[in-house]
Design a protein around this ligand. Structure first.
Ligand code: NAP
Length: 249
């Protein structure tokens, strides 16, 4: 991993930090010398991730509930100081389902988990960044939000929404010194994917990428750390396809 000395001593929040891409991103920021708070709902998984970091903090919150996120923010600011970097990565629920059979309640759940949650998280942390005149936010889209895929339609719409949310926020927050960028991974070999995806499916999907492999949590974490660092100081409003060459247009 490249080294970004400006991140040393910064306070970083990673939602979805209890496992998968978020946990790896938390470790990557910690490796740069940042103090890192991880947010999720599974207290024991959060504790495991945070306790392995030199200055880690585990904070339980459901990111679909604004009151819980704002409480988390207050605690993080008390224990780690003002937040410099936010990686709003919590989400999921992309499992395929034919659109004409998708339960309307499930549509709402997925939009809540993958789109509304990101707005609520940013709504909690952005005002402080605006007041301080600095900050960097990284949001989480998906290849499923960049082009049609087997993922369910609510997930695709939510993740496409994240791309525009990022651009709009970058436009509004830029004059206040806050940058907002997005990562859009294709299939990433997390523990969940390892557990659920048969080996032959993984091989087939890997082969559909120009780089002929699946992504790793480290691939996404590397892009996120770069986007949050001063090395990306003139970059805002972009979506980086961490996608093994499966570029969209
Ligand atoms: N893996 C991929 O191939 C891939 C590709 C593109 C995009 N993504 C996106 O990357 C992000 C992370 O995915 P992953 O594959 O690492 O998934 P994962 O291993 O299932 O982890 C999901 C994370 O999100 C958290 N989370 C979900 N809903 C939450 C809620 N309501 N409140 C608080 N935390 C919540 C989970 O926390 P708890 O379990 O502690 O509640 C967990 O930490 C997601 O936004 C996903 O859509 C993944």
């Amino acid at each position: 991993m490249a080294s970004y000395p400006d991140l040393s001593g910064k306070t970083v929040v990673v939602t979805g930090g209890s496992r998968g891409i978020g946990a790896e991103t938390a470790r990557a920021f910690a490796a740069q010398g940042a103090r890192v708070a991880v947010i999720g709902r599974d207290e024991s998984a959060l504790g495991e991730v945070a306790s392995a970091l030199p200055a880690g903090l585990a904070v339980r919150a459901d990111v679909t509930d604004f009151a819980q996120i704002d409480q988390a923010r207050i605690r993080i600011e008390q224990e780690l100081g003002p937040v410099d970097v936010l990686a709003a990565f919590a989400g999921g629920q992309g499992a395929p389902a034919p659109s004409w059979q998708l339960d309307p309640a499930r549509w709402r759940d997925v939009i809540d988990a993958d789109l509304t949650s990101v707005f609520l998280t940013i709504r909690a942390f952005l005002p402080g960044m605006i007041d301080r005149g600095r900050g960097a936010i990284v949001t989480m889209s998906s290849a499923a939000g960049r082009q049609p895929s087997p993922a369910n339609i609510a997930y695709a719409a939510a993740k496409a929404g994240i791309v525009m949310l990022t651009r709009q926020l970058a436009d509004e927050a830029g004059p206040h010194g806050v940058r907002v960028n997005c990562v859009a991974p294709s299939t990433i070999r997390t523990e969940r994917i390892e557990r659920l995806m048969p080996a032959e499916t993984a091989d087939r999907i890997a082969g559909s990428h120009p780089l002929r492999r699946l992504g790793t949590p480290h691939d996404v974490a590397s892009a996120a750390v770069f986007l949050a660092s001063d090395a990306a100081g003139w970059i805002t409003g972009v979506t980086v396809d961490v996608a093994g060459g499966k570029i969209t247009n």
